[in-house]
Design a protein around this ligand. Structure first.
Ligand code: NAD
Length: 460
């Protein structure tokens, strides 16, 4: 479903009218394009620690114009702030005010990225599975670290022109130049993260591999995508194929025609299968191993909504949503964990939803299933790590798709604007984020849920 308002306010007259009336002015986002994937302008690195040095070096290796002093920059593409050394809240001000001094020089499609350590005892840090070191237990240190989260999330809400602000939380003990610190930095600079805003992604460990081939980050991997006949799933299949994977698409027999069409278009394999089939995991693994010798990557995308206010909920609507959205994921993931048909670094990404983070009126069943996905992912992380792999979730917000096209028009218009980027995301935005999480550069990110929601103003 096209966002005609977005097109209108990006036309000459529409822009003027929106300014006069004080209406939202969403900007067309800078999305991933092979070969030209960085913000325009200099990259300013603030902070003096090892992490700042490692980030600056990585970006010099990518041929970016890296500067270390706010006074040196004119056209700014990105500002990277190293807060990993912050020991008390008063340590946050200097870099925050340096950022302030260059904000008006930020180009559209720019990036602000904080690098910091997770605060002890807070969900995000605790979910990393890595116990914080002793110094990090001190209240002042935790206050400084969690302060970065508040600063980042508020700064993200103030950005304009499709600029996003995101943070990388580097678990204690993980080195400044660990592959996934570099990988996450690259992802947040890239157009692949266009609709990820106001989020903090934890690098949990030092696994993963840096890559030279950022345009084909899953080259040669065998990937299965469920629910891929249409919508976000079809786009995930397309994006993974473009990124070099050998893809198998799965969907219910009723969607067989669309599934075959997609498979023919992309020259990939198709499997007609209901993910609630008790043998679904086995069938997926068998096909992957017969066709390509192994399974490397799995995307649990199949999902349904059966929305009703709780007062009107019935058993069938409740059960079907739980069965498709979470029970099937649990069963298939277990089959993967039990399998001897896996590649060296099996990776799973599960589709959650911002409804599973913040709740949503009329979606008790759906939100229960999607919050369940987030819980299952955190609990499966250590199990799949034993096999050399990772599991993570993405939680999309409002994505332009057939699912959201069903929302009544007025509510749909409002839902689109209720995030910092003031627009719905595209299936491509979810697919690009998933592609990153499936890449070896993300091998040190495990058990996490990353929202792809333009910083939905509803919820955390
Ligand atoms: P969609 O309804 O357009 O597509 C879902 C696909 O899953 C369909 O092709 C459908 O046939 C398939 N499917 C349904 N039940 C299945 C089953 N039992 N076995 C196999 N395949 C099955 O939905 P979408 O918008 O593309 O959403 C994809 C995923 O993203 C879902 O998990 C959804 O919950 C999640 N999500 C979507 C949004 C959004 O805004 N569209 C937001 C948050 C989360």
């Amino acid at each position: 479903m096209a966002d005609t308002y977005l097109d209108l306010v990006n036309s000459g007259l529409g822009k003027q009218v929106a300014s006069k009336l004080g209406l939202p002015k969403p900007t067309k986002l800078r999305r991933y394009r092979a070969g030209s994937d960085f913000p325009e302008g200099s990259v300013l690195v603030l902070g003096k620690g090892q992490v700042a040095d490692a980030a600056a070096q990585a970006m010099l290796d990518w041929n970016l114009d890296v500067r270390r002093h706010a006074q040196e920059v004119d056209r700014v593409g990105a500002v990277i702030i190293d807060y990993t050394e912050a020991k008390t809240p008063s340590d946050l001000g200097k870099a925050a005010l340096e950022l302030s001094s260059v904000l008006r020089k930020l180009r559209s499609g720019g990036r602000v990225i904080t690098l910091s350590r997770p605060a002890a005892g807070i969900g995000i840090g605790a979910a990393s599975g890595t116990p914080a070191d002793t110094a990090a237990q001190e209240p002042a240190v935790a206050a400084a670290r969690q302060g970065v989260v508040g600063l980042l999330r508020s700064a993200a809400q103030e950005m304009r022109g499709g600029t996003t602000a995101n943070g990388i939380l580097i678990a204690d003990g993980v080195a400044a130049d660990a592959p996934s610190v570099v990988g996450a930095l690259r992802f947040f600079l890239s157009g692949r993260s266009a609709f990820v805003d106001g989020q903090l992604l934890t690098v949990t460990d030092e696994r993963g591999e840096s890559t030279e081939n950022w345009d084909q980050p899953v080259a040669g991997k065998v990937a299965v995508v469920t629910g891929a006949a249409r919508g976000i799933g079809a786009q995930i299949a397309r994006t993974l194929a473009q990124a070099g994977a050998r893809v198998i698409v799965v969907d219910v027999p009723a969607a067989g025609e669309a599934l075959t069409k997609l498979a023919n278009e992309l020259h990939i394999s198709a499997l007609q299968l209901d993910v609630t089939d008790p043998k679904a995991g086995e069938k997926i693994l068998n096909l992957a191993s017969e066709r390509y010798g192994k399974l490397d990557l799995l995307v649990h995308n199949a999902g349904i909504t059966r929305d009703k206010m709780l007062a009107n909920m019935d058993q069938a609507k409740w059960d079907s949503v739980i069965a498709v959205n979470i029970e099937s994921q649990l069963r298939i993931t277990q089959a993967v964990l039990d399998s001897d048909k896996l590649g060296e670094h099996p990776r799973i990404v599960c589709l959650a939803s911002t409804s599973g983070v913040a709740g949503n009126r009329g979606q008790t069943n759906y939100a229960a299933s999607k919050a369940g996905v987030i819980g299952a992912v955190a609990a499966t992380a250590s199990l799949i790590a034993e096999k050399g792999g990772t599991i993570n979730a993405v939680a999309p917000g409002f994505i332009e798709s057939e699912m959201t096209a069903k929302i009544p028009a007025a509510r749909r218009q409002i839902s689109r604007r209720l995030n910092s980027l003031q627009q719905g995301g595209l299936p491509e935005d979810v697919a690009q984020t998933i592609t990153f999480l499936l890449s070896d550069a993300a091998g040190g990110i495990n058990g996490q849920t990353l929202r792809v929601c333009g910083q939905n103003l509803v919820g955390a």
